[in-house]
Design a protein around this ligand. Sequence first.
Ligand SMILES: C[S@@+](CC[C@H](N)C(=O)[O-])C[C@H]1O[C@@H](n2cnc3c(N)ncnc32)[C@H](O)[C@@H]1O
Length: 247
Amino acid sequence: MSSRMSLEEKFHATGGKRSYVQRLFGRIAGIYDLMNRLMSFGLDRYWRKRAARYLALATGETGLDLGAGTADLSIAVIRQSGPNTHMIGMDITPEMLEEGRKKIARLGLQDQIELRTGDAEHIDLPDNSVDGCCSAFTVRNLTDIKQGFREMFRVVRPGGRVVCLEISHPPGRIFGGLFYFYFYKLAPLFGTIIGKAFEEYNYLPNSLTTFPDAPTLQKIMEEAGWSDVRFYRLSGGIVALHVGTKA
Ligand SMILES: C[S@@+](CC[C@H](N)C(=O)[O-])C[C@H]1O[C@@H](n2cnc3c(N)ncnc32)[C@H](O)[C@@H]1O
């Protein structure tokens, strides 16, 4: 695919954003974890740990991880949760889930984490069927973000919670400027040189360009039905952690 094409043209040429994103993650599934660690200087683990603390399940509870990928957030949630707790990890990319399954087997967590293919914008679960829902670095990839949060709201039981971890737009001109230089210039270069994945790691910064800032994302979550929505900026606002409850 020509690097001169706009992202919208690439989505169009591959049958829409969902199918573009699915193919893209399918190609990088094998290097995804390594590139995450390298490109975030290991911070991605800390961010997921912070997110997992908000979802921590009580004994007998079940949580849902949307865009579970290689299952790092599902694993982090289980590590923060009580006994007899379960996570369902859902993702549209089978190759990412396959990497996740290997990791879950290595950790002996097969009884607690189940990975399935499924679309965050049309969740194949009944209303009010899970105790909480989380998502890391996924909503940026959705075609309709509000539809994703509406679906999370539908499947979470009343009183349950939502946790969303995503790359954000850091406030402040100096730190923001440094971040954008790293994210738009250096990160794609690392992806191209180390991961040999030019197209994939150029999508990464482009996917942030049109993504809403933290206060706007809070509003979208509220409009989708969530109450008590708050957000925390982590690492100077490189990422934002949004949390809310279903009244
Ligand atoms: C950047 S990865 C994040 C993976 C994982 N949550 C993590 O923390 O590393 C984004 C994931 O979202 C998945 N994804 C994108 N759109 C999706 C959708 N509509 N429904 C479910 N998963 C989706 C991709 O396949 C990919 O595995």
